[in-house]
Design a protein around this ligand. Structure first.
Ligand code: SAM
Length: 288
């Protein structure tokens, strides 16, 4: 069964009486090499488990089943479940779960489905919730080795950017705390059905065993990052003012006492600077 064939996609959908659901970000892959390459490069071997988010009609899922020990695929659209039963019938190492991934109790889901196995996450992500899904998986501290995602090219460039200008944003900074991001390859819009308006790219996040910087209060660290980028045209001191629980004067003291220019903008800081700054803010808070 060649699921990247346009005729096959059409006849499967017709047979099961379903239509592409725009609200679920359904753009199915129709170029055979792409799911094969994603499965090859996702890092999972026969001893490993894979979580796939949004299997669609099972195009990438089938390739993942060939490389991994077991694949658990979470699909929100109940209309696709009978299609997946048909397209995945020749694999006995796959389980399809009909659920919104954002509504799962993700920690217990991992314990139940994967136990103590190494987990690799793979997805051609629905574009409307790319960042929330990535942040949910990172912040939940799950036993994930690598995550390989198809995302909008613009998002891929932002997340894999080393520069602290332009595309660099709060999400880039937050993601770089959890793992190393690499762009694997670009995928043009014509490789999907229906074709989206923008091009895509595949990125891979290799999770660190331990964050590259240490901070005494992770929650405050992320709060400072978010606030710094929320109003990125302001200086860092102005952007943080009213957002962290100390006076503007104390924010200025914190910024200068870690050796930063008082007029610096948030986008100039790397995560080591953010860790030092949030620790200093924490110290000032605790003195009061
Ligand atoms: N993996 C297929 C492929 O590559 O051809 C389909 C990818 S399509 C871009 C995104 C898939 O994610 C769709 O099947 C969609 O129904 C599903 N999806 C959207 N939101 C979801 C959610 N919150 N939880 C689980 N699946 C979701």
């Amino acid at each position: 069964m060649k699921l990247t064939n346009i005729g096959t996609v059409r006849s499967l959908m017709e047979k099961h009486g379903i239509k592409f659901q725009k609200k679920f970000g359904q753009n199915f892959l129709i170029r055979e090499e792409i799911p094969i390459r994603i499965a090859d490069e996702c890092g999972a071997g026969k001893d490993d488990y894979v979580l796939e988010i949004g299997p669609g009609i099972g195009t990438l899922t089938r390739e993942l089943c060939q490389v991994a020990g077991k694949v658990v695929a979470v699909e929100i659209d109940s209309g696709l479940i009978p299609v997946l039963e048909e397209t995945l019938a020749d694999f006995d190492n796959v389980e399809v779960v009909n659920s919104d991934v954002m509504k799962l109790d993700i920690k217990s889901f991992f314990e139940e489905k994967f136990g103590d196995k190494n987990v690799y996450v793979c997805a051609n992500l629905p574009y409307y919730i790319t960042t929330p899904i990535i942040m949910l998986l990172l912040e939940s501290r799950l036993p994930i080795k690598k995550m390989t995602f198809m995302v909008q090219k613009e998002v891929a460039d932002r997340l894999s950017s080393n520069s602290r200008e332009g595309d660099y944003g709060a999400v880039t900074a937050a993601v770089s705390y959890y793992g190393r991001v690499e762009k694997l390859f670009n995928v043009s819009a014509g490789n999907f059905m229906p074709a989206p308006k923008v091009d895509s790219a595949v990125i891979q996040i290799t999770l660190y065993d331990k964050p590259p910087v240490s901070t005494s209060d992770e929650k405050l660290f992320f709060k400072v990052i978010r606030a710094a980028f929320e109003q990125r045209r302001k200086t860092l001191v102005n952007a943080l003012s009213g957002k962290v629980d100390i006076s503007k004067e104390d924010i200025l003291n914190a910024v200068t006492s870690i050796g930063l220019d008082p007029n610096i903008r948030g986008e100039k800081l790397d995560i080591a600077d953010f860790a030092r700054l949030s620790d200093e803010i924490k110290r000032i808070q605790s003195e009061r």
